[in-house]
Design a protein around this ligand. Sequence first.
Ligand code: ATP
Ligand code: MG
Length: 388
Amino acid sequence: MKEIILLKMGEIVLKGLNRKNFEDTLLRNLRRRLAKIGSFTVKASQSTITVSPNSDDEDMDEAALCVSRIFGVATFSRACQAKKDIDDIKKQAKEYLADVFDRASSFKVESKRSDKSFPMKSPEISRELGGYLLSQYPEMTVDVHDPDVVVTVEIRDFGAYIRAGFEKGAGGIPVGTGGRACVLISGGIDSPVASFMMAKRGIELTAVHFASPPYTSLRAEEKVAELLRRVSLYSGRIKMITVPFTRLQEEIRDKCKEEYSTIIMRRFMMMISERIARDNGCQALITGESLGQVASQTLGAMVCTDEACSMPVFRPLIGMDKDEIVAISRKIDTFEVSVQPFEDCCTVFTPKHPKTKPVLSDVIAEQNRIDYEPLIEEALQNLKVTNI
Ligand code: ATP
Ligand code: MG
């Protein structure tokens, strides 16, 4: 018996002339990611993609998990492949459904015949297979309204496929169809979720992390790399760029009024990130900010931060509550890493009373106490690149 995985494309089937580009990108992403697991053939036809193992040794559980994280897939299911012959379909279905039927008491059969050269029509296929399965599993009943299991038979160009139900895929659109953006990543809960959400909309990610050794440790950087590794199971490869930020933070501490320090620090982060973004072909910045979550995330503070750069800044979490963000971080398996207690450069020199309604001209006046251009230049000369 040969098992395969059937994928249904999501929104991308709607994209008119772009459809071919979307489909090709999805196939490329599937092939690249599945190649890490084993040897599979990935083919598309009529808005369905089939993933077939090239030998009996391939790990289909791993393959299904991998596929479940790839954006652009609406639903997927494991299925058994039969010859386009009703007797073989019956034989394979009986064997393949044994486990599922063991845990169910009712079923119905639905058929789809995209290969019109197949001699039986869909209702006939359903009737014939349904009757046969009932004869082989007499403890089961047929329930067309609310069955425990919906058995689907699809007669397609490369064969007949039998499956029991389907699972929801990762949704979204394929990574790489939406351009490239640069995410500012900390070790917290929010920025990995923001990364995930933008990747879901087709964006390829480059990540920038600000480190302030010795105030922040190497372990904190490793934690960020681990978070990105988990995000990359969805987004595909990520280039992580670590920026040495200590000198600028010390200057802020020594020269600027304390209540402005966070906002000035964030402006420097934007300036540096924008330059890194340009050098890496990114068209926008992404942060994990959510309106009102902390003092630096008030509307007024964000206006002051954005003024420091000219690229658009995407904040996919802007209207979300913390518990909604946490729910996603648990789902994508970053939460338990995010909550490990390591210092972030943001938390090292936190002011006691940050300005929540900063006035831009005051912020800029404070910022200009520092001769920051050479320090930004120096930081940019000392970037560390890690490929995730
Ligand atoms: P997170 O959970 O993502 O750390 P947060 O709620 O702790 O977010 P802040 O620490 O104020 O919020 O940071 C807001 C955003 O600024 C983060 O979501 C991230 O995009 C960016 N950021 C914060 N610290 C860093 C850092 N060390 N390097 C890069 N970006 C950072
Ligand atoms: Mg943080």
